[in-house]
Design a protein around this ligand. Structure first.
Ligand SMILES: *[C@@H]1O[C@H](CO)[C@@H](O)[C@H](O)[C@H]1NC(C)=O
Length: 389
């Protein structure tokens, strides 16, 4: 089907019009970002920091790469080597004694890395009512990620986000939706590559009304956790009461957490994983752990070793047979779509409690998924940068 977009901003920028899409798919559909605020392009990294973090509604347009790689300098510290494979295993910064506490390794050796990638204090803070748009097919951020903390109503669209201490676990996340996202976020049509840690992560407080759509998660990596040239740390949704639509994304050359949902007792994440195209995943894609309520439909898995981890503790309904389709369709009251698995491992997750939970969620019942094969075609043609703006 054709995805309808209503244009909420059509503004002049040096004689070139810049469009922000208005209607996110699913949970984030109320997002308007900076709304009608006039588009403006920052002229320095410092101005970008200021515009993103202040409390003014803004439409911020990037027309080039804002490179923060060396902006906060370098630092050095202890590292450990959790993986002994070759070639090129990632190494881990000993952040919060991670090496000692979570890996059976003491920190061995030291290394240096760029400060800008690491942690809350340096990430680009994004306030409420912001639209951050890239123009063309190469504008974006290098060496630094975005932090949405107590933010509401944010659109991040058409950006390349890349090169954040890619050799190092704990080298940095590309986008962190953390603490409290009060509601309405749309992360759309971006291209993310060469990140040390997560491409996207929600933290532990609620990430509500979030849509992550039409992005390319390019896991091709020189350094990887299992030395297969594929990035492991893709997406991690762990909040208390997350509601997330993960739709029409193009995920390739990854090996894990694609996405990982849940893991904390007492927390719940409603995640609709729909119409994504996964290809050449040398490891796992979905992993639904404690608290996860995941509906996977209309996705296309092409050469994915493990489309969804077996025996995990979360609730997942992963549609395959016509009988699964009709169970879902009668529960949600609209047509559900089967996933397609080609040259991929098998899946058996049919927890109907997912349907019971989601049939009261209008972001899910109101969604009109494409078939998996239509999604495969659509996503390869439309995901990533340079398709809008
Ligand atoms: C965001 O915009 C809404 C609607 O105009 C307004 O109520 C709210 O206060 C704004 N938030 C911030 C932090 O400015």
């Amino acid at each position: 089907m054709v995805v309808l977009r209503s244009l909420i901003a059509l503004v002049g920028l040096g004689g070139v019009s810049v469009q922000a899409i208005g209607t996110a798919l699913g949970y984030g559909s109320a997002t308007t970002g900076g709304g009608s605020a006039a588009a403006a392009t920052p002229t320095s990294n410092a101005q970008l920091i200021s515009w993103l973090s202040d409390s003014t509604a803004r439409t911020i347009v990037l027309t080039s790469t804002f490179d923060f790689t060396t902006y906060y300098g370098t630092t050095s510290g202890k590292i450990c080597k959790p993986w002994t494979c070759s070639p090129n295993p990632q190494v881990a910064i000993d952040s919060n004694r991670w090496c000692e506490n979570y890996q059976p390794f003491a920190a061995t050796g030291t290394a240096s890395w760029y400060v800008a990638g690491t942690g809350y204090s340096y990430m680009l803070k994004v306030g409420s009512n912001k639209t951050l748009l890239g123009k063309g097919s190469s504008a974006g951020l290098k060496g630094i990620g975005l932090l949405l903390q107590n933010s509401n109503n944010v659109i991040i669209q058409n950006l390349v986000i890349s090169d954040i201490n890619a050799k190092y676990v704990w080298g940095g996340d590309a986008s962190k939706l953390c603490l409290t996202i009060v509601g309405s976020t749309n992360i759309d049509h971006n291209y993310i590559k060469n990140i040390g840690r997560q491409f996207i992560v929600t933290g532990y407080n609620p990430a509500k009304s979030v849509t992550i759509s039409n992005n390319i998660f390019d896991g091709s990596a020189t350094y990887s956790a299992v030395c297969n040239g594929k990035h492991y740390w893709v997406a991690l949704f762990t909040g208390n009461a997350d509601t997330i639509t993960f739709a029409q994304n193009y995920i390739y050359q990854t090996s894990g957490r694609g996405p990982h949902v849940g893991g904390t007792s007492g927390y719940t994440q409603y995640v609709h994983i729909v119409n994504n195209y996964f290809v050449n995943v040398g490891g796992h894609a979905l992993d639904s752990q404690t608290g996860a309520v995941v509906l996977a439909e209309g996705n296309y898995f092409n050469t994915v070793t493990t489309p969804s981890v077996a025996g995990s503790a979360g609730k997942e309904y992963f549609i395959q047979s016509s009988s699964d389709v009709s169970t879902c369709t009668s529960s949600l009251g609209r047509a559900c779509q089967a996933n397609t698995l080609t040259s991929s491992g098998s899946v058996s997750h049919l927890n109907t409690a997912v349907l019971t939970s989601l049939k009261t969620q209008s972001a899910v019942t109101g969604y009109r998924p494409m078939t998996a094969s239509a999604a495969a075609t659509y996503v390869q043609a439309n995901a990533g940068v340079g398709k809008v703006n």
